[in-house]
Each structure stands twice: as structure tokens, then as C-alpha cells.
Design a protein around this ligand. Structure first.
Ligand SMILES: [Zn+2]
Length: 165
């Protein structure tokens, strides 16, 4: 197992010193991710390098995890491997974030100036999870809709009968 990440770091200081974080985060320690996966005992691997690009402090690297989602169709597990590239520009204001050149995404610091690297990991994983996870075969048009349209005429007939009584 890899080392656990530090909980709180100063990303600007890390960028000045060109520090790198390599480690892992248990999925169940990320509240936003924990509720979206079935394998909360799993972990995400992360490799982040803090450095300067010109005067700008950036974080780049990747986040990787083998997630197990619940198919919203058959409710069976759905393997969802994630390998996301991270390329963030560290900013203190939203305006500054809007000025970042592509493909940098903003990493907005709050007034403490500190971040929890696990938040970067959680952000990437949440982004990689589809809003409605489904197996490819489950996402195909289903017979259920056929059944519904077959049922509906009867429901309409029943209503007509009732209204005539
Ligand atoms: Zn399914």
C-alpha cells in the first residue's frame, strides 16, 4: 500500500519547492465519493506535482481508481475504472480562475490558503462518475417501455368505462 496523503498543505509553498505528492486515499474517507460507490473499501491512487509555470502555481498529475458503481437499471455492480489527468492553476479569486488558459482548471484557495489534497482526488472522481451509471447493455432501449405502452391503452379504456358508469 502506498503512503497516505497529508491532510492539509500550503499549495503555493509546495509549488515554490516543487514538491510532489504520491500516495493513496481510501474511498470511504471522501464523503462525496463514498456515497456514490459500492466498493468504499477501495482506494484512489494519486500522483500530484506542484510547480510553477511562469509565475503561475500549478498542480499536475493524475488520479486513478477502480470504482464500482451501482447500475441504475439492474442495480448490479458496474466496474468503472477512472484515470483522470489533473492540471490545475492555483488561484485566490474566481476572476483569476476565469483568466486561466486552457486546459488549466482553477483550484480556488479559501482565505486559509491551505488545501486537503484528498479534495482534489474527490473532485476528479466525482467528475468521472456519470449522473446515471448504467451497463452498456442496460442503457439500450428496453422492453419496459413497450410494456408500458401496452398497458396504457387498457388504463385509458378502464378510465373510459368508469366515466360512463
Ligand atoms: Zn445494469
Amino acid at each position: 500500500m502506498l503512503d497516505c496523503l497529508p491532510n492539509s498543505i500550503d499549495p503555493l509553498e509546495y509549488a515554490d519547492k516543487r514538491r510532489r505528492i504520491v500516495g493513496s486515499v481510501p474511498l470511504n474517507e471522501m464523503s462525496r465519493v463514498r456515497d456514490m460507490v459500492l466498493n468504499e473499501k477501495g482506494e484512489a491512487k494519486v500522483d500530484l506535482e506542484f510547480r510553477k509555470e511562469g509565475r503561475r502555481a500549478v498542480v499536475s498529475g493524475w488520479v486513478e481508481a477502480d470504482l464500482e458503481l451501482e447500475c441504475q437499471c439492474c442495480l448490479e455492480p458496474l466496474d468503472w475504472p477512472v484515470r483522470s489527468k489533473v492540471h490545475l492553476g492555483i488561484v485566490s479569486t474566481i476572476d483569476e480562475g476565469n483568466l486561466l488558459p486552457e486546459p488549466l482548471e482553477p483550484l480556488l484557495l479559501d482565505e486559509t490558503g491551505m488545501i486537503d489534497p484528498a479534495d482534489i482526488v474527490a473532485d476528479e472522481l466525482v467528475l468521472a462518475i456519470p449522473p446515471i451509471p448504467q451497463h452498456p447493455q442496460c442503457a439500450l432501449p428496453k422492453t419496459e417501455t413497450d410494456a408500458e405502452s401496452r398497458e396504457n391503452p387498457f388504463a385509458v379504456l378502464a378510465q373510459l368505462k368508469n366515466s360512463r358508469q
